[in-house]
Design a protein around this ligand. Structure first.
Ligand code: HEM
Length: 486
């Protein structure tokens, strides 16, 4: 016998094709439960999309430790070679809305949830090792400038570059974004980075500053501007299709995971601020150390339930891993769970994709919209004499020394700090052909800016990074602007 269609409360539905009417040809009856419930539920299918990174794709898999890192962290999921931990990874674009295109020039999100035996560890990174800004107070303005204009309703090159013309610290990330890696061919063919500096603490209490690198084993593949425009025209969902189909075919994407480790005592005198998110740590100073392998091998069963409702928060740490004083990271420690409470509700941590899997959540938080109250009859206050869950008295990470006065401070500058030298180094690392494409991409974008003063403010940044970079870009921008005026 075929399955019976039921209402939400489980009663059989007699007719799912014809709504009930008062007589043949008469008005529709409100007593038709199936009709009313169906229309009402349909109206409520959408939830707020993420304010950034709205468009994304997710998959499950595992992380396996391949190299011993126990001298550096006491994180349980990293405590022995061969240990595997289940993960969920969501890739995303940043600026576009849920219904935008995959193959666009934009950083890509690389948000990873490790379901460890000591709770979920979220590493919410990007496919770029650096970012545009270094203070969280700037984030809403920066994002507004990159998304749709309130009046025209579309992204405006003038807004994008107007903001950047007041943000010299963006130049390194801009150089990265307009270079070859700015449009990945797929989510499988790009690296991931934790981007921020984090803290690892070993069992003996030794603390390290750490940066994460996920190197794609599929090889880096990118699209140039022409290929991307063509692909977007053919398939808005190219990255989603590629990831989903690869996993369905049994072609499981993987990444080799490395860290850079800096003993905490070296941070104070490092030649630039090691907590500055606009800079990388040169590998010559802090070489990559292999940690493990990340493999994605299972598609979600339901995109809405598991991808749209996935909630990653940079403040979900596990013992042995903690934050650094990077101001951007500190801002993010607040922003994400707050966004989740708005977007998904206070009980988003009880949704299957977000709940711990290798352990259970045990605390005294209760109730709220959508609660399934897994704690049942257990007492809802602490301390109590009913053998309820207790604190461990063991800090997750190591304390950080602070000094000085409260107040709005710019990031601490070290001897070599400026906003341009690493953008120049990245430019000089590129082959001649890559430099040509970078200049063409940048000139195309800056050349479409209408306001002269914006162009005049932004070009000096490129000159400051590298004389050749500045000279060539200036000439290319002027050629485009002169041709437009002719
Ligand atoms: C102060 C700076 C930042 C703020 C305030 C911020 C805030 C947010 C917010 C509110 C969301 C939406 C969360 C949700 O609704 O689930 C989000 C998503 C995301 N952000 Fe940030 N962000 C910042 C910087 C960064 C940086 C530096 C990175 C990468 C290194 C990053 C990576 C991501 C990723 C990957 C997502 C998507 C997570 C997912 O797949 O659900 N963000 N951000």
């Amino acid at each position: 016998m075929s399955k019976i269609l039921t209402t939400e409360s489980g009663a059989p539905v007699a007719d799912n094709q014809n709504s009930a009417q008062a007589g043949l040809g008469g008005p529709v009856l409100i007593q038709d439960q199936q009709l009313i419930e169906k229309l009402a539920r349909f109206n409520r299918e959408r939830i707020p999309e993420r304010v950034v990174h709205a468009r994304g794709s997710g998959a499950y898999g595992y992380f396996e430790v391949t190299d011993d890192v126990t001298p550096y962290t006491r994180a349980d999921f990293l405590d022995s070679v061969g240990k595997r931990t289940d993960v969920f990874l969501r890739f995303s674009t940043v600026a576009g809305n849920l219904g935008s295109n995959d193959a666009v020039r934009d950083p890509r999100g690389f948000a990873l949830k490790f379901y460890t035996e000591e709770g979920n560890y979220d590493l919410v990174g990007n496919n770029t090792p650096v970012f545009f800004i270094k203070d969280p107070i700037k984030f809403p303005d920066f994002i507004h400038s990159q998304k749709r204009d309130p009046f025209t309703g579309f992204q405006e090159a003038d807004n994008v570059w107007d903001y950047w013309s007041y943000s010299p610290e963006s130049l390194h990330q801009i150089t990265w974004l307009f270079g070859d890696r700015g449009i990945p061919a797929s989510y499988r063919h790009m690296n991931g980075y934790g981007s921020h500096t984090y803290q690892w603490v070993a069992a003996d209490g030794a603390a390290y500053w750490v940066k994460y690198h996920f190197k794609t084993n599929q090889g880096i593949r990118s699209l140039d501007a022409g290929q991307a425009a063509e692909l977007v025209g053919q398939d808005a969902d190219s990255h989603q299709r590629d990831l989903h189909q690869a996993i369905e075919r049994g072609v499981f994407p993987s990444w080799t995971v490395y860290v850079q480790l800096m003993p905490v005592a070296e941070a104070a005198d490092y030649r630039f601020n090691p907590f500055d998110l606009t800079k990388v740590w040169p590998h010559a100073d802090y070489p990559l150390q292999k940690v493990g392998r990340l493999v994605l091998n299972r598609n979600p069963e339901n995109v809405f339930a598991e991808v749209e409702q996935a909630a990653f928060s940079p403040n979900n740490f596990v013992p042995g891993i903690g934050p650094s004083p990077d101001k951007m990271l500190q801002g993010r420690l607040f922003a994400y769970a707050d966004a989740h409470r708005y977007r998904l509700g206070v009980n988003h941590t009880q949704l299957a994709v977000n709940a711990p899997k290798a352990t259970t959540a045990q605390n005294y938080g209760r109730d709220g919209l959508g609660a399934v109250n897994p704690a049942g009859r257990a007492k809802n206050y602490e301390p109590n004499s009913y053998d309820g869950p207790r604190q461990t008295d063991r800090a997750l990470a190591a304390p950080t020394a602070v000094q000085g006065w409260t107040g709005a401070h710019a990031a601490e500058a070290h001897a070599k700090d400026d906003d341009f030298f690493q953008a120049g180094e990245l430019y000089r690392l590129m082959s001649a052909a890559e430099q040509d494409r970078l200049i063409a991409n940048l000139a195309g974008s800056i050349g479409s800016v209408g306001r002269d003063d914006v162009v005049e403010r932004v070009l000096p940044f490129f000159h400051a990074a590298d004389a050749d970079y500045g000279r060539r870009l200036q000439a290319a921008v002027e050629a485009i602007r002169n041709a437009d005026q002719a």
